[in-house]
Design a protein around this ligand. Sequence first.
Ligand SMILES: Cc1cc2nc3c(=O)[nH]c(=O)nc-3n(C[C@H](O)[C@H](O)[C@H](O)COP(=O)(O)OP(=O)(O)OC[C@H]3O[C@@H](n4cnc5c(N)ncnc54)[C@H](O)[C@@H]3O)c2cc1C
Length: 387
Amino acid sequence: MPSVAIIGAGAAGCFCAAELRRRAPELSVTLLEAASKPLAKVAITGGGRCNLTNSFEGIRSLSEAYPRGERIMKRALQVFSQKDTVEWFQSRGVPLVLQPDHCWFPQSQDAQDIVRCLLRAVKGTDLRLNSRVDNVQALLQSYDFVVVTTGGAPKGLPFLEGLGLELIPPVPSLFTFTIPDPALRSLMGLVVEASIGLAGTSFKAEGPLLITDWGLSGPATLKLSSYAARHLAESGYKGTVTVNWLDANEAQARELLQETASQNPQKQISTTHLLQSRLWNHLLAKAGLRPDIRWAELGSKGLNRLVAVLTADSYPLTGKSKFREEFVTAGGVALSNINPNTLECKQHPGLYFAGEVLDLDAITGGFNLQAAWSTGYVCAQSIVNSL
Ligand SMILES: Cc1cc2nc3c(=O)[nH]c(=O)nc-3n(C[C@H](O)[C@H](O)[C@H](O)COP(=O)(O)OP(=O)(O)OC[C@H]3O[C@@H](n4cnc5c(N)ncnc54)[C@H](O)[C@@H]3O)c2cc1C
């Protein structure tokens, strides 16, 4: 009887094991898990609610969701898509709901429902807890197939040593920005639809931007941290964050201001809020405009300064902070080592990789777990096809 060892009983490992059980119950499947519990991370995903996938609505190009691993995900999603994920869990007795922000959650809002469903699906596999693997090469001698699903590895992948694989150094992704600007921080709690970028680079992200007591957070910041993860690591998390508060270009902003001025010439600028009042007054101050100035008195210099501050405001970035401890690791096993159709290692037949151990990670919104399900599925399918 052919044997499979899966290293790591997390999202990708359990999904792969479940699919192997379903497709080839005769296979001997051993799940080796370092921790004392399987699926410990899945249990805390989405703040304990588990945002297990996304409808992908509004995603124009897969690289928007997967800054690393876009090509491999394109193929993996063709085999096992977000719709398949929804169907997989619902058909196993876990009703799901789609939120207006395109994120899918269990209807119960309880990640344990996902954990229990996966544990039911892996019944029949030999699940060995407290079993850390420190040498994959040794396992390859004892099993016909080995699937590595050990997740993000901020400290590297020592157990892969000796296999001659290219490894991409790990760096964190999905973090918030520390901005030491008391005036900005005093606006803590404000959420604005904006677009932010890093000065001197082409990295940009748009979406809700949350001002916090340490700087900037919210989906736009997390997205930018993901897109620029490696660049920011190299620059020591220092630089200049640019904010376009109107998410409009300079010409559009100018037109909006000129129109407002012509409609309200005698009104004080500070009482005609084009943004939330606290933010508007902060930006007027940054543009050096007196709050009692009237629109008719703005002048072309004042207009230029206001346009600049609304569309290209800038703040010093001095560090990163965690987003409620929710982060993923960029880097891992280089995709150049992997056959993108089967996820088998090119150098070692019978060795497969799935999930975050690969140099594959996503922005927030359920895309990371979708990557674990899709790649776990592809590994199971490839193994069964090769029997
Ligand atoms: C707090 C938090 C919240 C998150 N929320 C979401 C969310 O809502 N939606 C989303 O899409 N993504 C979320 N993510 C990201 C998501 O959880 C991961 O991308 C996903 O779990 C990766 O799946 P994986 O199977 O590759 O790794 P994991 O789920 O991390 O599993 C890897 C497993 O391998 C085991 N292991 C590691 N090394 C060894 C070894 N040498 N031997 C044996 N076992 C080993 C680990 O103990 C672990 O159980 C969140 C992440 C965090 C940290």
